[in-house]
Design a protein around this ligand. Structure first.
Ligand code: ADP
Length: 260
């Protein structure tokens, strides 16, 4: 039985952080982490002070996405860990603390203990935004995190595919239950632009997120294409949102403005 008991009662720990935004998804593999880092990058490019917390305890990908693989954390003092700097973004991840693969076999209490430590013991300093890359799904850990972290709101990432949408819907229901405002949906891998004719192909279905959003009275913040350069930048540990030569960087910038 997985029981998560995150005790984050000391909400004052977050007082130097203006907004905490949870980036969530019903399913894994929909591009939640890719979206989270690029939204962080877009906010940073606008001049905000930004941090990102990788709370995806069983599949931390922020170290790879920010080009920070293999780094080891340094303590500021007995009680605090220093976040890492990636293009001015402060980053903390379970992936920095344990060898990759180790956390995947943790039971709930150990996973939530590690999350508590990351949240409470990172010396974030002053931030305009802390972007939290949530674990996918709507289990006990997600629920407890949503209840204990004083979040301004959540953004749910989904693909237009029915299966992803069904799980995104569960996410909306969970956040409604714990009174975390759903700022909107992001439809990732929304379409693929044909490299020959430029026509959009709706590989995973068309406008699924729009229909889901309408049913729940929340906005669709953006429809991000399935794009080769998004994957390539990610694999190189670079943020495409911070490269204004890349067409999609404008999409991330516009999306970030909607959650700012
Ligand atoms: P999640 O956090 O939801 O598990 P990831 O962000 O790790 O998903 O993305 C899963 C895979 O899809 C990664 O290989 C990533 O590079 C790729 N990916 C994500 N979004 C896009 C996109 N819009 N276009 C192309 N590839 C993408």
């Amino acid at each position: 039985t997985i029981t998560a008991s995150i005790e984050l009662t000391e909400v004052c720990k977050f007082k130097a952080i203006k907004h905490i935004v949870l980036i969530a998804s019903g399913k894994g593999g929909v591009g939640k982490s890719t979206t989270a880092v690029n939204l962080a990058g877009a906010l940073q490019a606008e001049g905000a002070k930004v941090g990102i917390l990788d709370a995806d305890i069983y599949g931390p990908s922020i170290p790879m996405l920010l080009g920070l693989e293999g780094v080891t954390p340094t303590a500021k003092n007995d009680k605090q860990l220093l976040p890492f700097d990636a293009n001015g973004i402060k980053a903390q991840s379970i992936g920095f603390l344990v060898p990759s693969g180790d956390a995947t076999v943790w039971r709930g209490p150990m996973a939530s203990g590690a999350l508590t430590q990351l949240l409470n013991e990172t010396a974030w300093g002053e931030l305009d935004y802390l972007i939290v890359d949530m674990p996918p799904g709507t289990g006990d850990i997600q629920l407890t995190m949503s209840q204990k972290v004083p979040a301004s709101g959540t953004v749910i990432v989904t693909t237009p595919q029915d299966l992803a949408l069904a799980d995104a819907q569960k996410g909306i229901a969970m956040f409604n239950k714990v009174n975390v405002p759903v700022l909107g949906l992001i439809e990732n891998m929304s379409h693929f632009l044909c490299s020959h004719c430029g026509e959009p192909n709706h590989v995973f279905g068309k406008d699924g997120a729009i229909k889901l959003a309408q049913r729940h009275g929340v906005p669709v913040l953006s429809q991000i294409p399935l794009a080769i350069d998004i994957r390539e930048y990610s694999e190189q540990g670079k943020l495409i949102a911070m490269d204004n030569q890349a067409a999609v960087s404008k999409t991330y910038a516009d999306t970030a403005r909607l959650i700012a």
